[in-house]
Write a protein that binds this ligand. Structure first.
Ligand SMILES: [Zn+2]
Length: 416
């Protein structure tokens, strides 16, 4: 059965109102949200989402990580469902749209199908993954990671927040430990709609980002040992300056990233100078290099070159250098057939679009390990995210949700 014409759209006002009603729970201090995972506000957010899902006659399943699976039955209930989702938790100073847009667009999709009396052959399940942000309990994408077999349930339950409370205890406290074994569900496909969290779509004046890849990354923690010395009385020739070595390594990282264009990035976001005093050359500098590329060979090549060149740079200054990998994700290639389906949906609906790579991690990156997956992105103002000032327009939100609706319908198949 073909997809109906390009007049098949979600209800933009209803989607927008739903997003902003949820944003009233766990307000931030500057117009955004602080609805961190497994807090009382997370609990309230879940209850409101469940209330909306109940009103649409969705049936709920909850797994032992507290992830919510809201099911709209298909004409053939035995078929593997099509999953649509993201996350409702936020950063401590998060925006209103990061994650929320994907979950509530899934709900809006269901509401639209109900309005139009459309049945699908496959069930459709709207998902709210627990602890995508990782701000309170590291690492990020924790529940989808357990679902995909990256982490064990025991590992996840033992994660601690800054106050020493564990994930397992807090999940029990808010009452959202489900019955289901994590990862036991079968999926036909997974769709995630998310704000870009970067500046490209807005700068290119495109409504839809067709996400082809997720960046792979390495975090390399360097420790440089020089000699603490007085900045005034130590002659230049007699310095063993770990700070200077850090600066030169940073230049080299920039060069490595530039040599691996397009798509590669590299930089340093965190540096600790010890003793970090105005008039003392640092004896120790610890910093983390963050390199990313959507291509595995490039990513591995960048890491190898940085690990080869950095010790030489340090050695030339008499500085000792050691490096330890402290974080890693493989690059993700989203399912080509679903990517093509998203692109075609944008075209059919007359939306401007371009291919884009997700620079941030998302639940979809883990889901691609267990089921064909894809992401759709909409622009966000100035590329700002993980910031209370995060902003999108109602029209942008609706365009991506329309594309989501169309691509999901094509996957779940309309029944006459
Ligand atoms: Zn997110």
């Amino acid at each position: 059965v073909p997809i109906p014409g390009d007049n098949l759209r979600i209800n933009p006002d209803r989607l927008w109102d739903t997003i902003h009603e949820l944003a009233e729970i766990g307000p931030g201090v500057a117009g955004g949200n602080n609805r961190q995972t497994l807090t009382d506000d997370d609990k309230k957010g879940r209850e409101l989402f469940k209330k909306w899902c109940d009103a649409s006659n969705l049936t709920m399943g909850v797994d032992k990580m507290g992830t919510m699976f809201m099911r709209r039955e298909g004409a053939d209930p035995a078929l593997d469902p099509v999953y649509v989702g993201s996350h409702l938790d936020t950063q401590p100073t998060g925006g209103r749209y990061d994650g929320v847009l994907g979950v509530l667009s899934g709900l809006e999709l269901v509401r639209t199908l109900d309005d139009l009396g459309i049945r699908t052959r496959r069930p459709i399940v709207v998902v709210n993954w627990t602890n995508e942000e990782g701000a309170r309990f590291a690492p990020a994408m924790l529940a989808s990671g357990v679902f995909a077999g990256i982490h064990t349930l025991e590992y996840a339950y033992g994660r601690k927040d800054p106050e020493g409370k564990t994930f397992g205890d807090e999940l029990r406290r808010i009452g959202w430990v489900g019955e289901e074994e994590v990862g036991a569900r079968r999926m036909h496909a997974y769709f995630e709609y998310h704000i870009e969290q970067g500046p490209i779509l807005e700068a290119e004046n495109k409504e839809i980002g067709v996400v082809t890849h997720g960046q792979g990354l390495w975090w390399l923690e360097f420790t440089l040992i020089g000699k603490e010395a007085h900045t005034g009385s130590t002659p230049m020739a007699m310095r063993v300056n770990a700070g200077l070595a850090m600066a030169r390594i940073l230049e080299m990282v920039q060069e490595v990233a530039m040599d691996n264009q397009p798509g590669a990035v590299g930089g340093v976001g965190q540096v600790f100078f010890r003793p970090n005093s105005r008039n003392v050359l640092p004896g120790t500098v610890v910093f983390t290099v963050d390199i990313r590329s959507p291509e595995q060979p490039k990513l591995d090549g960048m890491r190898a070159r940085i690990e080869t060149e950095a010790p030489k740079i340090a050695e030339a200054l008499g500085v000792r250098c050691s490096v330890e990998p402290v974080g890693h994700f493989d690059p993700v290639t989203f399912d080509p057939a679903l990517v093509a389906r998203v692109r075609k949906a944008a075209e059919d609906l007359g939306y401007t679009h371009m291919n884009i790579i997700s620079g941030a991690g998302h639940d979809a990156c883990w889901m691609q390990r267990v089921t064909p997956s894809v992401m759709i992105m909409c622009p966000c103002v100035d590329g700002l995210s993980h910031n209370e000032a995060e902003s999108i327009s109602k029209e942008w939100a609706a365009a991506g949700a329309d594309v989501l609706l169309r691509a999901v319908l094509e996957t779940a198949e309309i029944v006459e």
